[in-house]
Ligand binder design. Structure first.
Ligand code: CP
Length: 321
């Protein structure tokens, strides 16, 4: 049977409804789990006997593989289901798919879906623990958590930091999870991007808005550069990719114009030469691959806590005791 975890509740649908303490519990639990991925034998029996289904209705490289590594490193049994190879293409509904999986006695579902609210919809209808791996424009909570862990690793704190999300804020579930998580941990959060890619009334989420990327870079200690969602660009949100890069691109010249340290994150996949130049993505300010490494530890922590584990016993659990 699935567990209603004392630390996170039954599901992880987003960061909006988590408390500061719950977010810190995930980050602190991820710390001891980092070391497991550095071992020769990357496996502990924490989730032995648990069955987890990774249900991906949208493409993914980082999130899907990272969840699968996290599950396998904790010894869970995993099954991957992609929409293209499932009965979804024959018209089966999300709930029917999930109920059929339930009938095979699963414990957790990790879901990525193109519709905002799909994870909560599922969580309210099945007894298994549900983890949102990105739903439409709504949230991508584990991405927000791994971003915060990466910032904390490098700068030692989140509280009081100035963090700016730059780019296609309108379509970004990563932006929403970052805004909820960072503001709960006491960061000052800003956004910057073209007016056509900025949600109306974004200030209501407690963020300030920069119109010019140069101003955002001058203000920020951390830039989280968002992917320009090219699949939506037929709608004419920006005049051209070249123009977008010229006005909003995070380039070496813009970063070096600020004579102090700046941390650069990007959730991936990147459009090099569009929202971020290769000089910056591969340069000394970038922690983009550290984010990917931290993603496995954060997802291990989420799985562990949802399965009923406690932050204070994670250190013991990683030794397989
Ligand atoms: N960051 C992220 O969600 O990447 P994927 O789409 O590759 O999973």
């Amino acid at each position: 049977m699935p567990t209603s975890a004392p630390y996170l509740g039954k599901d992880l649908v987003g960061l909006e409804h988590l408390t500061r303490e719950q977010i810190l519990a995930v980050l602190d639990t991820a710390e001891p789990f980092k070391e497991i991925s550095e071992r020769q034998i990357k496996k502990v029996p924490v989730l032995r006997g648990k069955t987890i289904v990774n249900l991906f209705f949208e493409p993914s490289t980082r999130t899907r593989i990272s969840f699968e590594f996290a599950e396998k490193r904790l010894s869970a049994d995993t099954v991957n289901v992609a929409a293209s190879g499932s009965s979804v293409v024959k018209g089966e509904t999300l709930v029917d798919t999930a109920r059929n999986l339930e009938a095979m006695r699963i414990d957790m579902v990790v879901i990525r879906h193109g519709s905002s609210g799909a994870a909560r919809f599922l969580a309210e209808r099945i007894p298994s623990n549900v983890i949102n791996a990105g739903d439409g424009r709504h949230e991508h909570p584990t991405q927000g958590l791994l971003d915060m862990l990466t910032i904390r690793d490098r700068l030692g704190r989140i509280e009081g930091l100035r963090v700016c999300l730059v780019g296609d804020v309108l379509h970004s579930r990563v932006a929403r999870s970052n805004i909820w998580g960072l503001t709960k941990l006491g960061a000052e959060v800003a956004v910057c991007g073209p007016p056509t890619l900025m949600p109306r009334e974004i200030e209501a989420l407690g963020v300030r808005v920069f119109k010019r990327v140069e101003e955002a870079i001058e203000w920020a200690e951390v830039l989280n550069v968002l992917r320009l969602q090219l699949e939506r660009m037929q709608a004419g949100y920006v005049p051209s990719l070249r123009e977008y890069n010229r006005v909003y691109g995070v380039s070496r010249e813009r970063v070096e114009a600020v004579p102090r340290d700046l941390l650069i994150l990007h959730p991936g996949p990147m459009n090099r030469g569009v929202e971020i130049d290769s000089d910056v993505a591969d340069g000394p300010h970038s922690v983009i691959l550290n984010q990917v490494t931290n993603g496995v530890a954060v997802r291990m922590a989420v799985l562990y806590l949802l399965a009923g584990g406690a932050p204070e016993t994670a250190e013991v659990a990683k030794h397989g005791e």
